[in-house]
Design a protein around this ligand. Sequence first.
Ligand code: A4P
Ligand code: MG
Length: 170
Amino acid sequence: MKTSALTTGATARAWIGLGANLGARDAALRQAVRAIAALPGTQVLHVSSLYRSAPVDAGGPDYLNAVAEIATPLDAHALLAALQAIEQGAGRERPYRNAPRTLDLDILLYGNQCIATPQLTVPHPRMHERAFVLLPLAELAPEQVSPAALQAVSGQTIDLHHGPAWLNAT
Ligand code: A4P
Ligand code: MG
C-alpha cells in the first residue's frame, strides 16, 4: 500500500505566523514564504490572505500579517532555529520587547504537540488573544479556531489587505 509522507510520522504539519511592520512589508513576507519553502524537505501547503492591523501591545507602523501551513521533517526546535535564521536574513533587530520588525516568524501550532521549553512554547501562548493570528489561521484551519475564540477578538480592528494572490505579486 502506498503511504503518504505525511502519514509516516516523519513529517509534521505546522502553522507559522508571519508579521512585519518595517520596510517593504509585503515583499519581506513573500520572501519569507519562499525561504520557508526552501527549508530541507519542507513544503508550503497553503498561505492565507494578508491582513493589516495596528500594533497590538506595541508601537510603530501598522503590521501586515499572514499564516502559512507547512509540512516539514524538521522537529519543532530545528524549525524555530531555521525561522530565526530567516528573520536574521531579513534584517530583524531586537532592540526591545515587541519592537517594530522587518520580519517575525512564530510557530503557532506544530501538529498537535504541546511544547514548553526555555526556547519554545507551542501552541503560541498569545495566539488566542489576537485577531491578526486567528483570522488568517481560520482561513487555513477552521477546525483550529473556535467561533468563541473569533468572537473574543472581534473588537480588534483588522483589515483584509490582500487576498491569497498577494503571494504571486511581483
Ligand atoms: N519563542 C517561544 N515560543 C515561540 C514560538 N511558538 N514561536 C521564543 C516563535 N518563537 C517562540 O521571540 C522571542 C523568543 O520567543 C524567541 O527567542 C523564541 O525562543 P522574538 O521573535 O524575538 O520576539 P517576539 O516575536 O516579539 O516575541 P513574542 O513574545 O512572540 O511576541 P508576540 O507576542 O508574538 O508579539 N501586533 C500586530 N498587529 N501584529 C503583530 O504581528 N506582533 C507582536 C509580537 C506584537 N504586536 C503585534 C504583532
Ligand atoms: Mg517572534
